[in-house]
Design a protein around this ligand. Structure first.
Ligand code: ZN
Length: 170
């Protein structure tokens, strides 16, 4: 049971679309209540009452879940990093912070179209200035993520490699 606490099970909606990530405990509970079918087993086993249960790595819900709650993506650091592929939107190197394109001090809002992931160096150049006052140029115009983006935010930036074949629709 060494990795019981860190285990993550990918739960797919009955349509095979990724829906959520469950802990080992939660996925076993879903399994015992017959709410999921196992698509891929992990090497993690737990004893429940009289049986040994293999914790799933990937499982399919036996019913369809409408997930409107998940479709609203929160504007936060980690989701901005996911949208911007962890890269600085000014120079393309690895991002370490968030920049407000129009600085807050100049009335810039905390909205998807005014925030980008950015590296330390560009953040220092940009500081509290407007983009036109610097040498920096945006690589992409930042937009509010839509569509299936929320799935990426659930899966996070380090999905289990064994989920790969099930994440095609994400
Ligand atoms: Zn940069």
């Amino acid at each position: 049971m060494n990795n019981f606490n860190s285990h993550r099970t990918l739960i797919l909606n009955s349509t095979f679309q990724p829906l959520s990530i469950a802990s080992a405990k939660r996925s076993v509970a879903l399994l015992l209540s017959k709410k999921i079918n196992v698509l891929k087993e992990s090497n993690l086993q737990i004893r429940s009452e009289n049986e040994i249960i293999t914790v799933p790595k990937v499982a399919l819900l036996t019913y369809y879940v409408k997930a409107p709650y998940a479709r609203r993506v929160a504007l936060n650091r980690s989701n901005i990093f996911i949208r911007d592929f962890n890269t600085c939107q000014y120079c393309g190197s690895s991002a370490e912070s968030i920049d407000h394109i129009i600085p807050k001090s100049k009335g810039g809002e905390n909205v998807w179209s005014n925030v980008v992931a950015c590296c330390k160096r560009c953040n220092l150049i940009k500081a509290d200035k407007l983009l036109s006052q610097t040498i920096l140029k945006l690589k992409n115009f930042p937009i509010k993520p839509e569509g299936n983006f929320w799935i990426k935010t659930i899966i996070g930036s380090n999905p289990d490699p064994e989920w790969k074949e099930y994440l095609i629709s994400a």
